[in-house]
Design a protein around this ligand. Structure first.
Ligand SMILES: [Zn+2]
Length: 420
């Protein structure tokens, strides 16, 4: 985990501010990127990374602040990574592990309590006693008892490694998206990516959440294109394989449940769900979370299989063998997921392949069905933004940023009024 990831993270239980506690760091030099670097990088040997002075308001926050280092030159973020450590919530006192370079920000009911306790005890041996005692005292004694009907599916994903007997099951992850043994599928993935990404209207410096990123190749490609990407997945195994493939020069990755996003409100310019939202059990809850983390007028794209997906033999096999949810979606379903959230009306986007002989033909449902250039469904949704927010942004932001937003706002308003 690079230090600057903290500026996008929040406690998955209470959305409070997190403090980075360092147990081990590793040299992990990467090329300098074009982005604004916040003053959150710890100097060598620090125990707690620089902390916002306002965090000292809680007892744990006060202890963390006493141990917090002064900021190191922010460029140090390009030189090192936190390998092992703890993320502590200044507000509710929960702590979360950073192990094997990956922060794990799961909700209480999906955590492995025994494993976490062992991890904490090992870290404690290398941390100041006052800090360890403050962390122990602040941690809530009982976890949240929220009912999660999708828990079984989520546990199936978390523990996928223990269910797999085929030694080649994870092989594609080491070269993802390229799989020379599955040429058609490889080309399908690249084609779908090419169709989905332009809909996000990304520009340099944008921050994107890659929801359910799996082996993280979509996160990787966008990162390499200059987008600041944060990939989240509930399954640690997939992210670990992604790290092995990419090495140090890779996007931010976080183990998390997308129904309980550990991401700061209004911190993302865009959200991508690439062949992943059809595994989410509670899509209304996930969509409410995407609405929360997107900036006003932020964009989301879903590239997902259609409603017949769960009947395909491969899906039936995955569900019965591994217990993972496979449920595709149509436009009507997506309308239902966003209802009551901060997300606007979804649009389904069609990418069509037509020859010169077909110019002049009517684009109706039948034409779309027979001329689709991509399998699967593409949906685009914008976070709703009031006219007041758009106009007030005009005073704060340069014109090149505001005009596209105003145009998008006008378009969304026309679509909502049924005029387009
Ligand atoms: Zn918290």
């Amino acid at each position: 985990m690079r230090y600057t990831l903290i500026t996008f993270l929040a406690c998955p239980a209470c959305s409070g501010q997190l403090a980075t506690i360092v147990v081990t760091e590793r040299q992990a030099a990467i090329p300098v990127r074009h982005r604004l670097l916040p003053n959150v990088v710890a100097p060598e040997g620090a125990v707690v990374a620089p902390l916002n002075p306002a965090s000292a308001r809680t007892p744990l926050g006060a202890v963390l602040s006493r141990h917090a280092a002064n900021p190191a030159p922010p460029e140090r973020d390009y030189a090192v990574e936190v390998e092992t450590g703890i993320l502590a919530c200044v507000s509710c006192g929960r702590w979360f592990p950073i192990r094997g370079f990956l922060p794990e920000l799961l909700p209480d009911h999906l955590r492995d309590r025994d494993d976490d306790r062992r991890f904490f005890d090992e870290c404690a041996r290398q941390l100041p006693t006052e800090l360890v005692e403050a962390l122990r005292a602040a941690a809530p004694s009982a976890g949240s008892t929220e009912l999660d009907r999708g828990e079984g599916y989520k546990r199936a994903e978390i523990t996928i490694r223990s269910k797999v007997d085929n030694p080649y099951f994870f092989s594609p992850g080491y070269s993802s998206p390229f799989n020379p043994h599955a040429t058609e599928h490889t080309l399908y993935l690249i084609k779908l990516f090419g169709a989905a990404v332009p809909l996000l209207e990304l520009k340099v410096g944008d921050v994107l959440l890659d929801s359910g990123c799996g082996y993280s190749w979509t996160t990787e490609w966008l990162y390499r294109a200059g987008v600041e990407t944060v990939g989240v997945d509930i399954c640690r195994t997939y992210l670990e394989i992604g790290i092995e493939r990419m090495g140090a020069n890779r996007p931010h990755l976080v183990v998390a449940d997308v129904e309980n996003l550990p991401i700061r409100a209004a911190s993302m310019d865009a959200v991508l769900a690439f062949e992943s939202a059809h595994h989410i059990p509670d899509r209304k809850k996930a969509m409410a979370g995407f609405g929360r983390v997107l900036k006003p007028a932020g964009r989301m794209v879903l590239a997902e299989p259609g409603a017949t997906h769960e009947h395909a033999q491969v899906s039936v096999d995955v569900m019965s063998k591994y217990g993972i949810l496979e449920k595709g979606m149509e436009l009507e379903d997506v309308r239902d997921y966003v209802a009551g959230t901060e997300m606007g009306k979804p649009e389904q986007i069609f990418l069509l392949r037509a020859s010169d002989r077909e110019i002049g033909r009517t684009i109706d449902h039948a034409f779309v069905h027979t001329h689709s250039a991509v399998e699967g469904n593409l949906f685009r949704i914008s976070k709703t933004e009031s006219l007041l927010e758009t106009v007030s942004a005009a005073w704060r932001e340069p014109r090149r940023v505001v005009w596209p937003k105003l145009k998008r706002y006008a378009k969304t308003a026309l679509v909502r009024l049924g005029l387009e």
